[in-house]
Design a protein around this ligand. Structure first.
Ligand code: AMP
Length: 115
């Protein structure tokens, strides 16, 4: 846990955030500024600042994050209509929170390519 990290604090339950999913390794919760009718984030409890910091030991965890995205997408009823998974990594991607998070967006037709 990084004491200065907002997502570490969310994952530890300090803010009382409603979790759409929780396991010993991963939580999912709604994005506070949704960019689509359904927009939630999947994060590991482990503090990893950027996707480029992922180590070989983390690869199973990253796979589990995708599995959780699929589980919650089903709960949110967007499995059939479709959804997009996004990891922003670093400055040029627009990453604001330096604790890896998988954005899951759906509930409308999404534009491609993204901006
Ligand atoms: P990124 O630009 O990829 O770093 O995205 C960070 C995301 O975290 C943004 O979509 C924010 O709206 C979201 N966010 C920041 N703080 C919170 C919070 N306290 N609860 C839920 N979502 C948050």
């Amino acid at each position: 846990m990084n004491e200065d990290c907002i997502f570490c604090k969310i994952a530890s339950g300090q803010f009382g955030t409603e979790f759409l999913y929780e396991s010993d390794e991963i939580v999912a919760f709604r994005d506070i500024h949704p960019r689509a009718p359904i927009h939630f984030l999947v994060i590991p409890k482990k503090h990893i600042p950027k996707v480029s910091d992922i180590q070989p030991d983390d690869e199973v965890l990253i796979g589990k994050m995708v599995a959780v995205a699929n589980i919650v997408a089903k709960l949110e009823n967007i499995s059939e209509t479709g959804y997009r998974l996004i990891f922003n990594c670093g400055h040029d991607s627009g990453q604001d929170v330096f604790h890896i998070h998988l954005h899951v967006l759906g509930g409308r037709k999404l534009n491609w390519p993204p901006g």
